[in-house]
Design a protein around this ligand. Structure first.
Ligand SMILES: [Zn+2]
Length: 234
């Protein structure tokens, strides 16, 4: 399912067809960004409003798949619109890196007051777009037990793996607990090193691995029981 919508041509005045990026960076601005923005963390949230695309009278296509807010002393927040792709997220993250390094210009970062009264800046520009659709889409994760915040979907189908934070990284084996949204749901997966010791030391590795696998199987069983109870919502 595509969640992008076509903006009608008559709405094209909302776009910025004459937009020319201001790439100037002064020493003063670089120092301000280093002191004010460089250490801020980034959070990602998902919005229900769909990605917007449009076309100016010359036929240039534009796309808005995210907005970014920043509040000094607090954080950057990327708001992904419904239908945003991994490449849209990458673009947003690049814009934050540029801002941190000094390219924080008023042509795209506009003063704004956010919910709760904090003031900062908001970037909500349309960007020139080549019209190519990334078939991958990011959606928030709602599966109980998953340590990730979002996943990739391809043509509307889950195309990623849910991962539990519970895992074992031992010297000769790793075990993770994953869920591919197939019929096996949550289960442990074990991977051994190419070579494990011979003799008693090797037997100990195998016993430890079996114990750890049992423990993570119990953890997976617990997660699967929660899937059954609540639909698995986090
Ligand atoms: Zn997940």
């Amino acid at each position: 399912m595509s969640t992008t919508i076509e903006r009608p041509v008559e709405a094209a005045h909302d776009l910025k067809p004459s937009y020319v990026p201001d790439n100037t960076v002064t020493d003063e601005k670089r120092a301000w960004c280093a002191a004010t923005l460089a250490d801020l963390p980034t959070v990602i949230t998902f919005r229900e409003e769909p990605v917007q695309v449009g076309r100016d009278p010359r036929g240039t296509q534009f796309r808005m798949a995210f907005t970014i807010g920043v509040t000094p002393g607090n954080r950057f927040r990327i708001n992904l619109l419904a239908g945003a792709s991994p490449s849209d997220l990458k673009h947003a993250e690049e814009l934050i890196e540029l801002a941190k390094s000094g390219r924080f210009n008023p042509d795209i970062w506009e003063p704004s007051t956010f919910k709760g009264g904090r003031s900062g800046w908001l970037l909500d520009s349309f960007w020139a777009w080549d019209g190519k659709h990334d078939v991958n889409e990011l959606r928030p994760c709602t599966v109980y037990g998953c340590a990730k915040d979002f996943h990739t979907y391809r043509n509307g189908e889950f195309n990623d793996v849910h991962e539990s934070a519970e895992r074992v990284d031992a010297e000769f084996y790793d075990i993770d607990v994953s869920n591919f949204e197939d019929e096996s749901r949550w289960r442990p997966y074990i991977c051994f090193a190419d070579e494990i010791p011979e003799g008693p030391a090797g037997l100990k590795v195998l016993r430890d691995a079996a114990n750890d696998f049992d423990w993570l199987q119990q953890h997976a069983d617990h997660l699967n029981s929660r899937l059954g109870e609540s639909g698995g919502v986090k």
